[in-house]
Write a protein of this length. Structure first.
Length: 228
């Protein structure tokens, strides 16, 4: 900013004070404007990315597919609301590198830089978990709860609410959950560090995949654990 000192010297002192005040105000407004519009200097906020997309523009606005409250679309796009920020960030990283192959999410993730991924992950992690009610009335076999407790609970927690070893699964769309297990069965998704999910999924038959997906989709979402 240029210094308007030559101008000041020609003005009486009280005008000088007014001038400085006006100057400070202009500067402040300029700064707040920059933050509000979240341009490239400060970066887009997580919420702006969620609602209007990142560098890739509106077609990659998360809300279009994941819902305005991060609740998912009840079908192939999962709920993001209330999932751990670290998990969300890791998934975007894995989509970008292809460890988790998916055409749409690859492009979405590649248009976000690492700062934007952190911001949008934090935004969704902080939203209260909510989901769309499942569309199917198909009944869940009573034995499914025991199957879940024996094979999944250790990592995914009681009621599928997640632990430090595995993400929450409750209140995710049944179609989405089944898709993930099928992707692991054929080693398409292979972003779990020690391939624990690969082994777990390959040991399930199609009926078990379907039952576990329906069972988990119907467990209501819970607020995230305070320590995650
Ligand atoms: C055009 C639709 C679409 C848009 C836009 C979109 N997503 Fe997705 N997203 C999906 C689908 C479909 C999946 C599931 C893909 C799969 O099966 O791996 C997904 C999966 C994800 C996952 C994995 C979640 C989990 O539980 O593992 C994350 C994280 C994610 N999206 C974040 C985002 C963010 C952040 C944005 C916006 C910057 C976004 N998505 C925009 C459709 C979309
Ligand atoms: C030894 C730990 C472990 C066990 C046991 C386990 N999982 Fe997982 N699961 C994981 C981890 C870790 C991930 C996340 C991997 C990643 O980073 O993408 C995961 C992810 C998933 C996902 C994808 C979630 C999402 O939002 O995309 C599904 C679905 C899933 N597990 C289902 C199951 C089911 C059903 C069982 C039992 C039959 C099970 N898991 C048992 C560790 C485990």
């Amino acid at each position: 900013m240029h210094t308007p000192s030559s101008l000041h010297e020609r003005r009486p002192p009280k005008f000088r004070a007014l001038w400085l005040a006006a100057c400070a105000l202009t500067l402040m407004t300029a700064c707040t404007d920059r933050m509000a519009t979240s341009d490239d200097r400060f970066g887009r906020s997580g919420e702006v990315i969620a609602m209007s997309g990142g560098e890739g523009g509106a077609r990659y606005a998360c809300a279009t597919c994941h819902g305005v409250r991060g609740e998912g679309n009840g079908f192939d796009a999962p709920r993001l609301a209330g999932l751990p920020a670290g998990y969300l960030q890791k998934q975007m990283q894995d989509y970008a590198t292809g460890l988790r192959p998916h055409e749409v999410m690859r492009d979405v993730a590649r248009f976000l830089d690492s700062h934007e991924r952190v911001r949008v992950a934090n935004h969704y992690a902080a939203l209260p978990p909510q989901a769309l009610p499942g569309a199917t009335q198909e009944t869940v076999a009573p034995s499914t709860a025991a199957l879940y407790a024996a094979k999944c609970q250790q990592c995914h927690g009681a009621e599928g609410a997640g632990t430090e070893l595995g993400p929450p699964l409750n209140a995710q769309p049944a179609f989405y959950l089944a898709q993930q297990m099928q992707d692991w069965q054929v080693a398409k998704r292979r972003n779990d560090g020690n391939h624990e999910m690969l082994k777990v999924a390959q040991a399930l038959n199609p009926g078990e995949v379907r039952q576990l997906s329906l069972y988990l989709a119907r467990i209501p979402s819970r607020p995230p654990r305070p320590d995650r």
